[in-house]
Design a protein. Structure first.
Length: 503
């Protein structure tokens, strides 16, 4: 048996995977441990919007049968319970279009309350094929629009490190589920930092892959040229395992890139000696909390002590990233969310006059942040402003990408803070959208450029987690995983867990 002092629900995939393959524990036991945490803490933390307990236990029993038959070769996720962000559709209708007991999909919005999808997204299909056990759907900011998970129509998610604080967003339900032992891993989506930022604030690992590395098929769209699916886990090795299952070409997604998927786990040798790692001076932004900067700079020093060469670099267009993102993303959101009109699916106000039904459905169904971004995007795309705003933003986007590409020809990866602050109090920034948007200042340029980035815990400030961000070249997830893994091994934060982990 494992000597790991952590309770079963708080261990890593790697640890419990070894127990499974030695038959020292069953998938049912792992699933029951997670479900017990969800029952104990789920309502208080508000981390899940739907849980499929019976289906999960049945899938766990099926996984145990495969394990008993020896069907676990090269299947590291077989029997491992996980959570799916409720921005991914899950099949909940049978071939006749009737509800079959599957999980609904809401995207955190009233306008999709009770919606049941006739098909599953690529992420769920791949994870099911890998043998992972779906527990349920996690809470998220409405249509993935937010940095704190306070924009969900179903209430804010609470950070298990301090329940008066936010877990980050929009994938805050997923980061909380992983941090609180309610799932061994979870999927998230990252449009401007919504995997890495909640990973930082919740003390877990979060990876945004290169745009096109993981299929977007079955993700409810926010901003189609920015959205990307990725994993949240408790260790870098776990992250590599899950990414290996999620990545790959999908002919159903026209933005999916047909490239071979490397063996991400094999690259984790703990070595960074000889790597050149750049530190962009612009990422240590004004207003960054001193404790955050100290923890990040200590993390950089740790990597230097491991033999990496640390060089200062400059990305001068970084300061334009926020404005660029908040033109492009709302513009794409305005187009994508036009489909929610009370006619095709989801909530309908039921007005007899069509225009009245459109207006009331969208007025009642969308929350304040979604309305704000739809209005911003519609304005940016309108006649007379399209060239001045949207076209100009796309030009700056090219400039930002070119700067990243130029710097990354000279260094192997970049090191930066993930978030300028630790988790803040619920309600502290809801009255000031611009202040809220600044939370993503260190992450959203990576989405604009379509590059991969990972957040790894680098300590605590004021008792709350801090994340170190590693940014890499396009489709070079191997290097950023390698750097993050070497840091994790050396830094001593691999067992960083919230207080509930020891209950």
């Amino acid at each position: 048996m494992s000597t790991d002092p952590l309770p079963l629900a708080d261990r890593t995939i790697t640890d419990v995977g070894e127990l499974l393959h030695r038959r020292d524990v069953s998938s049912r036991e792992l699933t029951e441990a997670c479900l017990a945490r969800i029952r104990r803490d789920g309502e208080r933390l508000n981390s899940f919007l739907a849980v499929g307990e019976e289906r999960a236990l049945a899938a766990a029993d099926a996984a145990d049968a495969k394990l008993a038959a020896g069907d676990d070769a090269d299947r590291p996720l077989l029997g491992i319970p996980y959570a799916l962000k409720d921005i991914f559709v899950t099949r909940a209708l049978d071939d006749a279009g009737q509800p079959d007991g599957g999980l609904p999909t809401t995207a955190g919005s009233r306008i999709l309350a009770g919606y049941r999808s006739p098909y599953a997204g690529d992420a769920e299909e791949r994870l099911t094929a890998a043998g992972a056990i779906l527990l349920g759907k996690t809470n998220c900011d409405e249509f993935a629009m937010g940095s704190s998970n306070e924009n969900s129509a179903y209430g804010p998610v609470h950070n298990p490190w301090d329940e008066s604080t936010v877990p980050g967003g929009s994938s805050g339900g997923s980061s909380t589920a992983v941090a609180a032992g309610q799932a061994f891993f979870a999927t998230g989506t990252d449009t401007g930092g919504s995997i890495r930022q909640p990973a930082s604030l919740s003390g877990v690992i979060g990876l945004k892959p290169t745009y096109g590395r993981v299929s977007r098929y079955g993700m409810v769209a926010f901003a189609s040229s920015l959205d990307q699916c990725g994993p949240l886990t408790r260790s870098v090795r776990d992250c590599a395992l899950v990414l290996g299952a999620l990545a790959g070409h999908d002919p159903q997604d026209s933005t999916s890139v047909d490239l071979p998927v490397p063996d991400y786990v094999a690259a984790l040798d703990g070595e960074v000696r000889g790597l050149r790692l750049g530190v962009p001076r612009e990422y240590f932004v004004a207003g960054m909390e001193p404790g955050v900067e100290a923890a990040v700079r200590a993390g950089i020093a740790t990597l230097e002590g491991l033999g990496a060469e640390i060089v200062e670099v400059s990305l001068p267009s970084t300061e334009m990233g926020l404005a660029t993102y908040y033109i492009i993303a709302p513009a794409e959101a305005s187009a994508n969310l036009a489909r929610y009109d009370g006619v095709k699916y989801g909530y309908s106000a039921g007005e007899e006059v069509l225009l009245d039904n459109y207006l009331r459905t969208r007025g009642d169904g969308f929350g304040a942040e979604v309305k704000r971004r739809v209005m911003l995007g519609t304005y940016a795309l309108s006649a007379g402003y399209y060239d001045a705003y949207y076209v100009k933003a796309q030009q700056v986007r090219t400039l930002i990408k070119d700067e990243f590409d130029a710097v990354l020809t000279d260094v192997d990866a970049l090191l930066a803070p993930t978030s300028p602050s630790v988790a803040f109090k619920i309600g502290a920034k809801t009255e000031d959208p611009l202040l809220m948007y600044l939370n993503d200042a260190c992450t959203l340029p990576v989405n604009i450029a379509g590059l991969p980035g990972i957040s790894v815990p680098c300590g605590l400030a004021d008792g709350l987690p801090v994340g170190l961000q590693v940014i890499g070249r396009a489709f070079d997830e191997v290097t950023i995983l390698r750097v993050a893994d070497a840091y994790e091994r050396a830094a001593g934060f691999a067992d960083l867990r919230p207080p509930t982990a020891h209950d």
